[in-house]
Structures are given as structure tokens and as C-alpha cells.
Design a protein around this ligand. Structure first.
Ligand code: SF4
Length: 298
């Protein structure tokens, strides 16, 4: 069996965010987030490290051998947790995880970058529009109507690379009815990310931001000159091929052939092995998806 380099565990540490993107799907209905509950998040990370890093006979290693385990912090906006987030980063690194982060970039300050950028192998920054008005229309702004500009973004990326020359930078853009005519060629060329992940907006209820498949193709065609950076994902290719943990500290996976998710019990109460069984992962399908989409999600 092919040896995959990284097993990726997406830890959606919080559903809270300082932005209000109208297409946001990070909604677990105000869950009991374990980062706010004593040391539960640290305990869960220790459980995960014992199982995935220190136990070579774990079920995932048997189904699809991997070398490293990358803990990918996602949200909501993980950096909204400030010192709590920094503490979890340090704990996870000490437990032996590779680290990555998906962020809207708002709180990637110089002091954070200088102190914590060396811990990351990858940071993905979501950036949907170069125009202030469009950012507002999308909802990709905080309560004061503020967001990050192209110059801010470039500055943050430059600093990240100065502090950690090995860091991979990814940019994520959700193509929707507001930004579908934009041209990112100059900006993305200047950033030269490891990958520019371009996603077609997913339909959520009452969403006016949806676009047609043709509009999405037109967006991609407009960026042919920089297609070596692009990894494009339309709605049908957004299948999950990594392990996912919600803010309550439970595994969850897409239900086969339907909408919605299967959830495990709490990882620290149930144990990792039992919790994995509870989400009923079809490991051969998971492994196949993983192989196919390794390039997309790596
Ligand atoms: S920045 Fe991300 S988490 Fe925050 S509202 Fe937008 S899509 Fe949702």
C-alpha cells in the first residue's frame, strides 16, 4: 500500500469568528467548546498523540500508512482564542504533531508571527476579495467593517517567510457572486503561494452568493496564466478525506451518500479507538479519497 506522508487531523477548535461571511458553514449551534473547559483540549491532544503518533498499530496506520501527523487548526477563526490558541499550539508541538492553520489572517500580527511562525509547516489564509466594498458585501469584515487589504496580506506573507523560510503558504478563495469577475493574477503572482485553493461557494440556506458552474469555470479560465498555483474545487470535489474534530472534541465525518454528519462521543470520554469506530468510517473509501485528494488537501 502506498505510504502517505501526512495524516491530517482538522481540529475545528472554535466556531466563533470575527468575520461574518454570508456563505460561512462553520455552525455547530453554539457548542460546548472544550478549549474553554479547563485542560480538556490539552487532554484530548494528548489522547490523539498517544493514539496516532505513539501507537504504530492504530487502525489508521493499518489502513493507510502515514509518516507524520499534522494537526490542522481550523474554525471559525482559531486565532480569535488568542493566548488559549498559542498555548494549544505549544502543547501540540511538544506532543509531536506537525502544525498547520487555516485563518482569515486578521490576527496574524507581527508579534504572533515572530513568536509562533517557526512552529508551523503550513498556514492557509482565506482571502476572497481585493476590494473593500466587496469584502463588506461578502461579510468578510469584522464588526467595525475592517478586513485585511492586499498590502496587509503581502506584508504578512513576507514576514511569515522571513521568520520561517520553510513555511508553506496557501491562499484560499471562495468564488461567489460578488467576486466572480475579479482578477487575482497580479496578487497571487506576487504572493507565489504553494497553492491557491479556489473553491466554488457551497450552497447554504437563503444564500444569494451562489454562482453557476459556468461562472466558476469562467473564473478559472481568467486565471489560466497562474494555473500552476491553482487547485480548484467545485462542489462535487469537496469530499472530506481527513479526520475531523469539532469544537466539542468529537470526531465527525460526512454520512455516506447523504447530507449531514456522523458524530462520535467525546474523544476524552470515549477514547480515540472507540470514537473512531463510532463515526463508522469506511476505511477503504477514505483511503481512496485520501490518495485522490492528497494533492488538494496536503
Ligand atoms: S472567515 Fe471563515 S470562519 Fe469566519 S465567517 Fe468567514 S468563512 Fe466563516
Amino acid at each position: 500500500m502506498k505510504n502517505h506522508n501526512d495524516l491530517v487531523i482538522n481540529y475545528h477548535v472554535t466556531e466563533k469568528c470575527n468575520y461574518s461571511c454570508r456563505f460561512c458553514y462553520a455552525q455547530w449551534n453554539k457548542p460546548n467548546e472544550i478549549h474553554a473547559n479547563g485542560n480538556k483540549a490539552e487532554t484530548m491532544l494528548a489522547f490523539l498523540a498517544n493514539y496516532f503518533i505513539k501507537n504504530p498499530k492504530n487502525i489508521v496506520q493499518q489502513q493507510m500508512p502515514y509518516k507524520n501527523v499534522r494537526l490542522n487548526f481550523a474554525g471559525g477563526e482559531p486565532m480569535l482564542l488568542q493566548k488559549r490558541f498559542s498555548r494549544l499550539l505549544t502543547v501540540a508541538k511538544n506532543l509531536g504533531f506537525e502544525l498547520s492553520l487555516i485563518t482569515n489572517g486578521h490576527f496574524l500580527t507581527e508579534s504572533f508571527i515572530k513568536q509562533y511562525a517557526p512552529l508551523f509547516s503550513m498556514i492557509g489564509i482565506s482571502f476572497d476579495s481585493q476590494l473593500t466594498l466587496s469584502q463588506k458585501e461578502i461579510g468578510r469584515v469584522d464588526r467595525k467593517g475592517e478586513s485585511i487589504s492586499c498590502d496587509n496580506l503581502l506584508h504578512k506573507v513576507t514576514l511569515l517567510r522571513q521568520v520561517n523560510p520553510n513555511i508553506q503558504i496557501k491562499i484560499n478563495t471562495v468564488v461567489n457572486s460578488v467576486n466572480k469577475y475579479e482578477d487575482f493574477t497580479q496578487l497571487i503572482s506576487a504572493i507565489a503561494p504553494t497553492k491557491w485553493k479556489v473553491l466554488q461557494v457551497l450552497p447554504v440556506e437563503n444564500n444569494a452568493l451562489q454562482i453557476t458552474n459556468t461562472a466558476f469555470s469562467n473564473f478559472l479560465n481568467r486565471h489560466k496564466k497562474i494555473d500552476h498555483f491553482i487547485s480548484a474545487e467545485d462542489n462535487s470535489s469537496m469530499t472530506h478525506s481527513y479526520l475531523m474534530i469539532n469544537p466539542e472534541g468529537k470526531f465527525y465525518q460526512n454520512k455516506p451518500n447523504s447530507n449531514g454528519y456522523n458524530y462520535s462521543g467525546s474523544i476524552i470520554e470515549t477514547g480515540v479507538d472507540e470514537a473512531l469506530q463510532q463515526v463508522e468510517i469506511d476505511w477503504s473509501a477514505f483511503s481512496n479519497r485520501y490518495k485522490k485528494s492528497e494533492a488538494l488537501y496536503a
